[in-house]
Design a protein around this ligand. Structure first.
Ligand code: KIV
Ligand code: ZN
Length: 502
């Protein structure tokens, strides 16, 4: 059996389903282009039947990327499948991914279908998908809690109907490495024609076993791993792409598999997702956490200085980590800025570079040193501002209990000014924004942190705001933390308005 393992990234679909990770169309495109640079084989762009915005996101990602295949998800029914096929029709290499559950628990309580009906539906759905799109993946949802003999029957029907990829998900993160290896072995050995399909795993991380289970699935015969950047995804998330790939690279003697991943792009990809969604990783997260390569104990530092291999099993450079270097001085020029952005995986149009340069100079004027992470945050907030309905022209606050705020917003050419009183300056400014816009939101989460070291650091604010029963994420950056927080609030409100107007 060949040792090439395909990496199927589902950050934009399963990952995007995790609370707080939703992305708008432009953010999805940025992420998809970075995934292309990372070298993933397949990008699952979304679930087109879910909403008009989701459909548009899939369609735009399909048009934007060139090399990777682009997958769209559909339940096993006509409407879903036709909608998914429509969304990816312009992709260079489309994949239609259809699924139905196969465990008795799901059949009885969710689908209310018999085993025979599910076998029939699986076959029909794959046949329909195959008539519309050349490559079809079939997933047997909740495979790891399904009866193995029955799973064989369903997979057999899907392969007979033309499925090219068979995915056996651990939907609830329940299985163990030994069990999943055995499940793949059993199904592959017992389904006639199993050699015609690529077998795939998709593991949730409820018990913290997703990566271990993915590696065990490979031993059982799987040759595709479904995973997400930073391990995001439903509930506790999915297999983390950076972890599973670096295990195969670092322990190649144990897991002798090849992938097409450009590991030096891992850090850029992880940071971009954090900047776009505010879901940043914990300091001790393997591979991409801030401390993943930091040696604190004196004895470790001493060892690493003597020879890196004493305490380092992989180099920071191999995952694209630099030491958050100084970017450039304020006399550096546009050319240098463009090159540094490219190194960070930030592809910018000429217009964006011109605007970024202005912001960079303004920042360099305020703080002496501008770091790579400052640049990442600056680009993320600039892109956020580029599709806002209202922009923040000015915010002034005074006092603290109560505080008073004055905000000036702009919509097109129109300017709006209002004031409000609140518990603190941020509360007052957010209330003033709400008075202008005519909405009322509830702040659910509010985080502020420094993008880089130093007392004069760029503050990065992340908020989640509940508006009309739905949560919207917003981000904002400024050397003034009140302004950063207010920008973040306004960006969440703008996302809500964009969706409402759509
Ligand atoms: O977890 C799961 O079972 C899924 C399928 C739709 C592949 O996400
Ligand atoms: Zn899933």
């Amino acid at each position: 059996m060949a040792n090439r393992v395909e990496i199927f990234d589902t950050t934009l679909r399963d990952g995007e389903q995790s609370p707080g990770a939703s992305m708008n169309v432009s953010e999805k495109i940025q992420m998809a282009l970075q995934l292309e640079r990372l070298g993933v084989d397949i990008i699952e762009a979304g679930f087109p039947i879910a909403s008009a915005q989701e459909f548009e996101g899939v369609q735009k990602v399909a048009a934007a990327v060139k090399r990777p295949r682009v997958a769209a998800l559909a339940r096993a029914n006509k409407l879903d499948i036709e909608r998914a096929a429509q969304a990816i029709e312009k992709a260079q290499h489309p994949v239609l991914h259809t699924f139905i559950a196969t465990s008795d628990i799901h059949l009885e309580y969710k689908l209310k279908m018999t085993r025979e009906q599910v076998v029939e539906r699986a076959g029909e759905s794959v046949r329909l998908a195959k008539s519309l799109i050349g490559r079809v993946e079939f997933s047997a949802e909740d495979s790891t809690r399904s009866d193995s003999n029955y799973l064989v029957e369903v997979v057999k029907a899907a392969i007979e109907a033309g499925a090219d990829v068979i995915n056996l998900p651990d939907t609830v993160g329940y299985t163990t490495p030994a069990e999943i290896e055995e499940m793949f072995r059993f199904v592959i050995a017992n389904v006639p024609g199993s050699d015609k399909a690529v077998f795939s795993c998709h593991n949730h991380n409820d018990l913290g076993l997703a990566v271990a289970n993915a590696l065990a699935a490979l031993r059982g015969g799987a040759r595709q791993i479904e995973c997400c950047v930073n391990g995001i995804g439903e509930r506790a998330g999915n297999t983390a792409i950076e972890e599973v790939v670096m295990v195969m690279k670092t322990r190649h003697n144990v897991y002798p598999y090849e992938t097409g991943i450009v590991t030096e792009e891992i850090t850029n990809t992880s940071r971009l997702l954090g900047n776009l969604t505010g879901l940043t990783v914990s300091y001790n997260k393997p591979i991409v956490g801030r401390n993943a390569f930091a040696h604190e104990a004196g004895i470790h530092q001493h060892g690493v200085i003597a020879s890196r291999i004493t305490y380092e099993i992989m180099t920071p450079e191999s995952v694209g980590r630099s030491s958050n270097e100084l970017v450039l001085g304020k006399h550096s020029g546009k050319h240098g800025l463009t090159r540094r952005c490219k190194d960070l995986g930030l592809e910018l149009s000429d217009a964006e570079i011109a605007l970024l340069y202005e912001k960079f100079i303004a920042l360099a004027d305020k703080k002496k040193e501008v770091f790579e992470d400052d640049l990442r945050v600056l680009v993320a907030s600039m892109r956020n501002e580029s599709f806002e309905t209202y922009s923040l022209e000015q915010v002034r606050t005074s006092g603290s209990d109560p505080a008073m705020a004055l905000v000036k917003l702009k919509r097109g050419k129109e300017e709006f000014l209002d004031t409000a009183i609140g518990d603190g300056p941020v509360d007052a400014a957010c209330q003033a924004i709400e008075r202008v816009v005519g909405v009322s939101g509830r702040l659910q989460e509010f985080n502020i942190r420094a993008a880089s070291p130093g007392k004069d650091a760029l503050g990065e604010a992340h908020v989640t705001v509940l508006l009309d029963g739905k949560s919207y994420y917003g981000t904002g950056a400024s050397t003034d933390i009140i302004e950063a927080a207010v920008k973040a609030y306004l960006s969440a409100v703008n996302k809500y308005l964009a969706l409402r107007e759509q």
